[in-house]
Write a protein that binds this ligand. Structure first.
Ligand code: DGP
Ligand code: NA
Ligand code: NA
Length: 216
């Protein structure tokens, strides 16, 4: 209702980038800093592996389970949708949400596979809460490689990651979204300060604006 919900809403901030760009570290640091500054903020990470769908995705990523490519794409999307009611509730209560990966990873990773077009990949995520800000942590494949060997999860190889990066660049052409490119080769501290300042600016800008719907 208009009365109870009339306060400022929280911002939805997505962190995206290829593997090892530092998304998880920066997500944690951002939420800690926002809380220390008196804001309400929560961190969410997709895939969110604790639900039934999430456990299935965890087994898929670990290579313990094979799932057909279209089916798994829909499951990654379902894993986001199952969190939408609580995300909306928090945002409307004034909690800023930082999400470590979102629908853009969904599209970038699946469309990097053979015979998947971006349009098909976007469909299941149409209508998700639209991020007010998408921070894209940029790191060259060389710099990513220098941060150590890939682990053993599915998708963790340089050839595939380069295709993923190309898909991300394609998605960034969409000017209805607020993409901010961030140079992730900086120190953790410098990166954190830059991200915190952009996040705070966005939180102020959107607090009285309605939450949008993605790709609608
Ligand atoms: P992370 O927990 O951030 O390391 O992500 C696990 C892996 O899952 C990572 O390689 C990216 C991939 N991933 C994340 N979201 C999606 C998605 O929606 N679809 C697909 N196919 N892969 C995803
Ligand atoms: Na990973
Ligand atoms: Na991560």
């Amino acid at each position: 209702g208009a009365g109870a919900m009339a306060g400022a809403r929280g911002a939805l901030i997505a962190l995206e980038g290829v593997d090892r760009a530092g998304k998880s570290t920066q997500g944690r640091r951002l939420v800690e800093a926002l809380r220390a500054g008196g804001h309400r903020a929560d961190l969410l990470r997709f895939p969110e592996r604790t639900t039934e769908i999430g456990r299935l995705l965890g087994a898929y990523l670990a290579g313990e389970k094979d799932v057909e490519d279209h089916a798994v794409h829909l499951l990654f999307s379902a894993n986001r949708w199952e969190h939408v009611p609580s995300m909306k509730e928090k945002l409307h209560q004034g909690v800023t949400l930082v999400v470590d990966r979102y629908a853009f990873s969904g599209v970038a990773f699946t469309s990097a596979k053979e015979n998947f077009c971006v349009d098909w990949c976007k469909q299941p995520d149409i209508g998700l809460p639209k991020p007010d800000l998408i921070l894209f942590l940029q790191l060259s494949p060389e710099e990513a490689a220098a941060r150590g060997d890939f682990g053993s999860e599915r998708y963790e190889n340089s050839l595939f990651q380069e295709k993923v990066l190309k898909s991300f660049y394609h998605l960034m052409k969409d000017k209805t979204l607020n993409w901010k490119m961030i140079d992730a080769s900086k120190s953790i501290e410098d990166l954190h300060r830059e991200i915190k300042s952009i996040a705070e600016e966005t939180m102020l800008e959107v607090q009285n604006k309605p939450l949008g719907e993605l790709w609608k």
